[in-house]
Design a protein around this ligand. Structure first.
Ligand SMILES: Nc1ncnc2c1ncn2[C@@H]1O[C@H](COP(=O)(O)OP(=O)(O)OP(=O)(O)O)[C@@H](O)[C@H]1O
Length: 301
């Protein structure tokens, strides 16, 4: 699989404020790439630049060998996007709007397919002014997908969606990616993208501070364990003697980011001290923690 999007040393300033500093990354075909970062990190600015919506001060954007800029939009024919708020015409129905966005070729079928895939059949023939926030968001995503683009750029697509809609959207994106569609998806909530993304770009203060696969980031997040004990004070004493770092939540010992052998070491110390162990649970990988550590180390308090 080749590269569909290359962002090369992108610089952007708004007035005197430098917002992007030499941003470099690429998106490969069929990959779902998460663009993650705190509020104001520059996620939307990158997306607007990739879509040729704002001028940049340096660097370049290339989609499948063609440059994109504020004056050069040819490469965007195969790109679908939802940036910030979906553009909705209140007096048109959802279906009428999708038809407006859909290319002439295969219009009827593409519109029907996306309505079914997004589960919008019940309300698609009502005027959009009667839609809830989540319905409008889904319509915006459907507009981005209706022409079966090769690259899809979605800024905070899960905003306003209920848990079922979030799951449906994830399934749809994974299916499209399996057929070769590439996605660049922003969020400041890493856990939201955990089940969805193949690759992660972490942006802080306009710098890419990490470009990694989701799998590698999960490893970095480390594994945690929760050890429930009968007597928490006795357990704390035993772990202190064994020099084992831990934290306490109610009547349980927590080992966060546990290195190999650490669980054994802690259990050995507890059993040796006669502490009754009631339960041991493995905690999910602490991705959010890994993300916050990286941003914090980079200088975001
Ligand atoms: N049109 C503009 N004029 C001036 N400053 C701007 C403009 N657009 C964005 N900025 C500034 O650029 C920085 C990056 O904004 P951007 O919207 O790209 O961040 P973000 O990572 O998408 O944030 P969020 O998670 O809050 O959506 C912020 O400091 C913001 O105030």
């Amino acid at each position: 699989m080749g590269t569909i999007l290359t962002v090369d040393h992108l610089d952007k300033a708004f007035g005197k404020k430098q917002v992007l500093h030499g941003v470099d990354f690429f998106v490969e075909e069929g990959r779902v790439v998460a663009l993650v970062g705190p509020n104001g990190a520059g996620k939307s600015t990158i997306m607007k630049a990739v879509l040729g919506l704002i001028p940049v001060n340096g660097g370049g954007i290339d989609i499948k060998g063609q440059p994109v800029s504020i004056t050069s939009h040819q490469a965007l024919r195969n790109v679908g996007a939802l940036i910030e708020y979906p553009g909705i015409y209140p007096f048109l129905t959802g279906r009428q709007q999708l038809k407006l966005f859909a290319n002439k070729h295969g219009r009827e079928q593409n519109v029907k397919t996306i309505i079914t895939a997004m589960g919008m059949g019940k309300y698609i023939d009502r005027p959009a002014k009667t839609y809830s926030l989540g319905m409008k968001q889904k319509l915006g995503i459907a507009q981005a997908l209706v022409n079966d683009p090769k690259l899809v750029i979605l800024d905070e697509p899960m905003n306003g969606l209920d848990p079922q809609a979030v799951k449906d959207l994830r399934d749809l994106i994974r299916n499209l990616a399996a057929r070769g569609t590439s996605f660049l998806i922003s969020s400041h909530i890493l856990s939201e993208l955990e089940k969805l993304a193949d690759d992660v770009l972490i942006l802080n203060h306009g710098h890419i501070i990490k470009h990694s696969t989701m799998a590698a980031l999960e490893q970095q997040g480390g594994v945690g364990y929760r050890i429930e004990v009968a007597n928490i004070d006795q357990a704390k004493g035993a772990l202190a003697v064994a020099n084992q770092p831990y934290s306490v939540v109610q009547n349980a010992i927590m080992l966060t980011d546990a290195k190999e052998g650490e669980l054994n070491h802690a259990l050995y110390a507890l059993v040796n001290a006669g502490v009754a162990i009631i339960a041991i649970e493995q905690q999910a990988h602490d991705l959010e923690g890994a993300f916050l550590d990286m941003v914090h180390e980079d200088g975001e308090a």
